[in-house]
Design a protein around this ligand. Structure first.
Ligand code: FES
Ligand SMILES: [Fe+2]
Length: 382
């Protein structure tokens, strides 16, 4: 799991001024809206004596701890300590009471939070959904659920062209196609990931309206492209015909090292009714359940640190490249030391370091342990 990326925390329409407790990257957070409707994300651990902020209430623009009523604003600053009394309660608040607060960006029907301490100019961007709000495109936003997987396994699955033939009867032939092969991948790289386009021989869609609107009534080659952006986002563009486009954007959020929350934004330029939205989301869930079934059974659960215990084929090149990207982010010191984090569970409360930690000292909660550049890779090689 990596700090210093944006992660989807919740769907926009699910968040009100009732605080929500969320686990991401193995840490607990509170998410809430203030009186203006702006979303905030803070570390969930109260700096007084460890109360769970999400169990409290939103008072105006602040979150109130349920244990002794301390209040914190959206920036994580403590604004009230009731036990000090009405006057001293404000004037004597020590600076060390502050809590990590994370940048929030609401877009594409989702609430994204930046879990890391990089200043704004250095932050990797959120994966773009360029069709969002554009004429001729319809959007659905859904949560395929929480899966018992390491999110990296799912990202690797998404950029794996060879699994479609066997895992998905929607776009493959379950091994019945004698001429099956993965055609040469046309790889493309961005600063944040690798992607490719290739031709996929696919059956027509089973659902009658989708089949009619996709304009394809027989098995044929379709153009499809996919790629990852950062450690936990994937775009997949499927063009059933030269005019019908289905563009999907999957944002995965590690809950812990072996559980993952998924958010899926699907853009399409055909099937333009509300009933079609439903149809689309049902199909997405059908396909996602097939991936989930395959992924929840792989061993080991966590993506291996080296490729020596797996046998890669040319179709696995994007996955090998994804692992290299992850190593490069590890070399920046962005990878959480999961073993140390687990060893500390129940004994130490950690927080993902927020940008404010670069500007001020005196934080009560320890930052989550990170793998020093070089060290983790050395250990993996041994
Ligand atoms: S633990 Fe939060 S106010 Fe005391
Ligand atoms: Fe799949």
């Amino acid at each position: 799991m990596f700090i210093n990326f944006w992660y989807a925390a919740a769907t926009s329409n699910s968040l009100t001024n009732t605080p929500v407790k969320l686990t991401m990257l193995g840490q607990n957070f509170v998410l809430f809206r203030d009186s203006a409707g702006d979303a905030h994300c803070l570390s969930n651990v109260c700096t007084h004596r460890g109360g769970s902020l999400a169990g409290g209430k939103v008072r105006g623009d602040c979150i109130e701890c349920p244990y002794h009523g301390w209040q914190f604003n959206g920036d994580g600053a403590c604004t009230k300590i009731p036990s000090l009394g009405p006057v001293d309660g404000v004037s004597k608040i020590p600076a060390r009471t502050k809590i990590d607060s994370y940048p929030v960006d609401e877009r594409y029907g989702l609430i994204f939070v930046f879990l890391g301490d990089l200043p704004e100019a250095e932050r990797p961007p959120i994966m773009e959904v360029p069709e969002w709000g554009q004429e001729g495109w319809r959007a659905t936003v859904q949560q395929p659920g929480e899966w018992k997987i390491d999110y990296k396994r799912s990202i690797e699955n998404s950029i794996d062209p060879a699994h479609n033939e066997y895992v998905h009867d929607t776009h493959g032939f379950s091994g019945a196609n004698e001429d099956y092969r993965v055609h040469d991948l046309n790889l493309k790289e961005t600063p944040w990931g690798v992607g490719f386009w290739n031709k996929m021989y696919s059956p027509p869609l089973a659902e009658s309206k989708m089949r009619a609107e996709s304009g394809r009534s027989a098995a044929s080659f379709i153009d499809a492209g996919t790629g990852h952006h950062g450690p936990s986002s994937v775009w997949t563009h499927i063009h059933p015909t030269a005019k019908t486009f289905l563009h999907q954007y999957l944002f995965e959020t590690p809950i812990t090292e072996n559980t993952t929350r998924l958010f899926l934004v699907t853009m399409r330029n055909f099937m333009g009714t509300d009933a079609d939205d439903q149809r689309m989301m049902e199909r997405n869930l059908y396909v996602a359940a097939q991936d989930q079934k395959a992924l929840e059974d792989v061993e080991p659960v966590c993506t291996p640190r080296t490729n020596t215990h797996e046998v890669f084929m040319p179709a696995d090149v994007p996955i090998a490249r994804y692992r290299e990207f992850c190593k490069a982010w590890e070399e920046k010191g962005w990878r959480i030391d999961v073993d140390r984090m687990i060893a500390g569970r129940g004994k130490v409360a950690y927080a993902i370091p927020s940008p404010a930690r670069r500007a001020s000292k005196g934080w009560v909660i320890d930052p989550v342990p990170l793998l020093p550049p070089g060290e983790g890779l050395k250990a993996a090689a041994e």
